[in-house]
Each structure stands twice: as structure tokens, then as C-alpha cells.
Design a protein around this ligand. Structure first.
Ligand SMILES: *Cc1c(COP(=O)(O)O)cnc(C)c1O
Length: 477
């Protein structure tokens, strides 16, 4: 056995082996993924029991720890990176991003400070500039690389909180919210849960937000917003949405944003996945004028397919972003000479989470991003056409982007059938959509977002749903 404490090198043999084995296992995992089941074959309790042992009294060599993780995770990893996963709205962790992510950990940079991390700063600044450019947002905007859509919404809403209260002579960072002037908050009736969580985290209260009526696709009705704004006695925070979770629809920004402007309000857009349609010239009209808002939340681990822990907040005026996030107190450095990452995120110390996104953007280029988003929208329409052509299966939404809301049968009996079809599809282990609720019905919700999804994957999903429907409808057990 080689010397486990070889001080002549930066790594002991066991440490070097651990790194090599992890990389080899990662590669093997992704190579074998096409033949793996779509869902884990090991149940939750058995999987947990492998790891949730008593705290070990004595340690183990590094390579043995990695071998244990690889061995005991076997069968209990969900194939979310495979183009058979249609659940929630999850990217597929693009391999070039995964490879870059290895380096993020290996380099061990604290990306919270630009002064000591020059290479990381270069890559993360590029991600901010490139994403703002791809999404056609104002180039002078401030940006923060955060963990995901929820935190991006939180930071955008906290920037709004700063600006709306500062305009009324209140310093929320110094004096908090007790005794502060109140401002109204308006949000669409079909908004995602994340902005509500963000309102809670920002101390603004989720239940205080007034829900504005939406149409059959979940879009805010301009007349309803106009009426709600007429009742506002102070400049409001208005939360709009680019990409409704069930329908993929977009609020009509061109009509809504000018109404908020008249009231001197702040417009925040939750665009976790939907904002990416702005990168496609042919699809951009669907969210025309989204760039007129004040702040935007977008995920990088959804449509960009970055490995998890990747989101971005973008704020038109960088000052409220820095004022609300900087741990050093309200101050505004020169934006070009100083890009202090920790001034635009809640974290001080953090991993260089922008690097995987940098690698993916380098790999895809503008043309690749465009192709990816356009392909997924095309595949969503393809799936919708195939399943809705089958008698007894209907698609409840128009295809605005990449989301398909599928229901079986009619009415409440249909709900039971829809869930049986979904579970049969999941149990067969070839594809994995998840559930949702839309228009008062239970649905099979399909999100086309994994980087590797192609026509044949979409066709397999459609035939699995149709096949399961045919079995379930003839077997009303
Ligand atoms: C996924 C999603 C979020 C939350 O993003 P996380 O990255 O999961 O925190 C917010 N809004 C919408 C519309 C989403 O689809």
C-alpha cells in the first residue's frame, strides 16, 4: 500500500485516488445513463439507512469514503440528468458544466471577494454580462449570482423594498420595517410559490400581497391590474411572471408595465425559466417589453442546464441591489472598476457558482442557447399534439413555451384516472413526468427542459402516456 501521508506532494495517495475515482464514477454514471431506469430502484428508507448510521467514531481514508458513496448511492440516484425527466422544471446538469463544477471545488475559491479571485471574477462577470445580453435586459443592470430562482426573487424584492421605502424617506436597512411607511404589493393569482416565499423572507408578508385576477392561461388581466392599481395609495411593488409553471404563459408586459409606471411603482419579474425565450428572436415577441421592468429573477439551473445551485438576480438600477445586499452597508462602488460579488448576494463567502454557467455559455454560444430553447418549445408543442390527438386525453393549456398540462377523462373522475396514468408512467421507469393542478383539475405536468431532449425522447414520453392511459381506462381498479 502506498504511503498515505506522502508529504512530498500536495495530495496523499488516498486523496489522489479519491479525486480520480470520483471523476471516473461521474463519467461512468453519465455514460450509462441512457440505459438506467428513469427513477430510483431503491426505496427512500433503504437508501437513507445506508448513510444515516451513527456518527463514525474513527475516520476512513478518503478513497474509501468516495468508494462508499459511489457504492451505496447505486440505484438510489434519480435520473434527472437524463432526457426522460419531465418533472417540475429542472435542467439536466450539462456535462461541461459538471466538469467545470469539479474545478470550482478543487480550486476552493471564496468567490465573495473579487480582489483575491481574479480568474473566478473574470468568468462570473462574463456570465452576468452574457446573460443580461442574451435576455436583452438593460446592459447597465446590476446582477448577483445566487443559488436559484427563489433567492433571486428574494433579492429582487429586497431591492424593490429598499427603493420604494427610500423614495419615501425611510432607510429600511438601518431602521427595519417596524414603523415604516406601508406600500401595496400586487401579484398574479397564478404566481409561483417562490415570490410568496421571497415576500416572507423580505419581511413584507406573503398574505399581504393582493392577488390580481388572471385569464385561462394564468396571465394577469390588464383591466384587473388597472383596478388594483387604482386602489393603491402609495407606489406599489408589482410582481409579474415570465413562464407560468403549468401553462408556460407570460404576463402581458407591454400592457402591464406602463400602468405600474404611472403609479411610480416597482416591477419585479419572476422569470425563473420563461425569461430564456428572450434569447430566441422568433419567440421573443411572447414576452415583449419584459425588459421595461425594474428587476428580474432567473434560474441558470433550469433552462441553461447548469448543475444545481445556479440562479441570477438582475436589477436595472444597481444602487438598490447593493444597498440591500452589501454587508458593508449602503455604498455604491464604481460598477466597472469594482465588481464586488458579495455586494449583490445575501452570502459573504460562497463557492464560485458562476463557473459552470460560464462553461455552458462558452460551449453553446448564442446560437446554441437559441437552439436549445427553441427546440424545447418545439418539443412541447409536439408532445401536446400527440397526446391530445388521443381520445380521452386533453391538453389544458396553449403551448406558450415548454410546459404541457395534460389531463385524462372528464371532471373529478378524470382526476383519479389522470393520477393512475401518471403513476403507471412513473412506475414503468422509462420516463418521469410529475403532477400538478391546473384549471381545477389534477394534471400530468410536462416540462421540456433537459439539454439532451430530442424528438425521439418527446415521442417516447407521448407514447408512454398514451399507453398508460389505454391500460388504465380499461382497468378501472
Ligand atoms: C423554479 C421556479 C422558481 C423557484 O426557483 P428555484 O431555483 O427552485 O428556487 C420560481 N419561479 C418559477 C416560475 C419557477 O419555475
Amino acid at each position: 500500500m502506498a504511503d498515505r501521508n506522502n508529504r512530498g506532494r500536495g495530495l496523499t495517495d488516498a486523496q489522489a485516488q479519491a479525486l480520480t475515482d470520483a471523476a471516473a464514477a461521474a463519467q461512468r454514471y453519465r455514460e450509462d445513463l441512457p440505459d438506467a431506469p428513469a427513477r430510483p430502484t431503491v426505496d427512500l428508507d433503504s437508501a437513507v439507512a445506508k448513510f444515516l448510521t451513527g456518527m463514525p467514531e474513527t475516520g476512513s481514508p478518503e478513497d474509501e469514503v468516495i468508494a462508499h458513496i459511489i457504492r451505496d448511492a447505486e440505484g438510489a440516484i434519480h435520473s434527472m440528468a437524463r432526457p426522460s425527466f419531465y418533472g417540475y422544471v429542472l435542467g439536466g446538469s450539462h456535462p461541461v458544466g459538471v466538469a467545470a463544477d469539479f474545478l470550482v471545488s478543487a480550486w476552493g475559491q471564496n468567490a465573495g471577494s473579487s480582489f483575491e479571485t481574479p480568474a473566478v471574477t473574470g468568468m462570473e462577470r462574463a456570465v452576468c454580462d452574457w446573460v443580461i445580453d442574451l435576455l436583452s435586459l438593460p446592459p447597465e443592470s446590476g446582477a448577483g449570482l445566487v443559488t436559484g430562482g427563489t433567492v433571486a426573487n428574494m433579492v429582487g424584492i429586497m431591492s424593490a423594498r429598499h427603493a420604494l421605502l427610500a423614495a419615501r424617506g425611510w432607510d429600511v436597512e438601518a431602521d427595519g420595517l417596524f414603523g415604516a411607511p406601508e406600500f401595496p404589493i400586487l401579484i398574479g393569482a397564478d404566481a409561483h410559490s417562490a415570490p410568496f416565499a421571497a415576500l416572507r423572507y423580505a419581511g413584507l408578508g406573503a398574505a399581504r400581497a393582493k392577488r390580481v385576477a388572471t385569464d385561462a392561461e394564468g396571465r394577469i388581466k390588464p383591466a384587473a391590474l388597472e383596478k388594483a392599481l387604482a386602489d393603491c395609495d402609495a407606489p406599489p411593488l408589482v410582481v409579474l411572471q415570465a413562464g407560468q409553471i403549468n401553462t408556460g404563459a407570460f404576463d402581458p408586459f407591454a400592457e402591464l408595465i406602463p400602468l405600474v409606471r404611472e403609479k411610480k411603482g416597482w416591477v419585479h419579474v419572476d422569470g425563473a425559466f420563461g425569461l430564456w425565450l428572450a434569447a430566441v428572436p422568433d419567440l421573443r415577441d411572447r414576452l415583449a417589453h419584459v425588459g421595461d421592468a425594474d428587476s428580474w429573477a432567473v434560474d441558470l439551473h433550469k433552462w441553461l442546464n447548469a448543475p444545481f445551485d445556479a440562479g441570477m438576480v438582475i436589477v436595472r438600477d444597481r444602487a438598490p441591489l447593493v444597498a440591500s445586499m452589501s454587508a458593508r452597508g449602503a455604498y455604491l462602488p464604481d460598477t466597472t472598476a469594482h465588481w464586488e460579488p458579495s455586494d449583490s448576494t445575501p452570502e459573504l463567502s460562497r463557492r464560485a457558482r458562476g463557473i459552470p454557467s460560464y462553461a455552458i455559455l462558452r460551449h453553446l454560444g448564442r446560437a446554441g442557447v437559441r437552439e436549445l430553447v427553441a427546440r424545447h418549445c418545439r418539443l412541447a408543442a409536439r408532445i401536446a399534439a400527440k397526446v391530445s390527438a388521443h381520445p380521452g386525453i386533453s391538453v389544458l393549456n396553449e403551448i406558450h413555451s415548454n410546459q404541457v398540462a395534460i389531463a385524462c377523462g372528464d371532471g373529478p373522475d378524470g382526476d383519479d384516472l389522470t393520477m393512475r396514468v401518471l403513476h403507471r408512467v412513473q412506475d414503468r421507469g422509462k420516463v418521469y413526468p410529475t403532477h400538478g393542478e391546473w384549471a381545477g383539475r389534477k394534471i400530468i405536468r410536462v416540462s421540456v427542459i433537459g439539454y439532451a431532449m430530442q424528438d425521439e425522447d418527446a415521442d417516447l414520453l407521448a407514447s408512454e402516456i398514451i399507453g398508460a392511459y389505454d391500460v388504465c381506462v380499461n382497468d378501472p381498479a
